[in-house]
Design a protein. Sequence first.
Length: 169
Amino acid sequence: MRQMTEGSMAMPGAAAPLADHAMELQRVAALLGGSRVLRHRLEGPLDAHEMLVQGLPGSALRHLVDNLRVLGKTASLEKAVGMSLRTFQRRSEAPTKPLNAEQSGRAWKFASILARATAVFGSQEEAEQWLERPAIGLDQRRPIDLLATPAGTELVEDFLQRLEYGVYA
């Protein structure tokens, strides 16, 4: 009989959540341009953390914005990623220059929420439309506007989770 070590102990059914988490990481990375743009292979959340501390390449944010189907370069998007349109334009002129850790984190978080919303609503277009519409479960606030703060972002994530599990209130 194989002896289990502390590092190999696992809860029954734990592989499914790990696989879901790995798939979510890959969906977020794809929104930011994938390994070609990110120049990192993400095996887990710690890899994502290290990449964000070093700074995402400016081209990752450019890829994300260029592939938005509904949102485009709006004031709401500026608040969500914490960068003015002018700063975004300057960053586009130097695509290899890394974003700082805060900008990287905000871009990653926005991509993460967009990936999750896409999974919940079935398409990126529907997810982007949802981000733009006032939501009853968010006191008639638009999810995109709440992404300007960590507290608002948490509200949006919680609401998305409730939608995912069929709990609307």
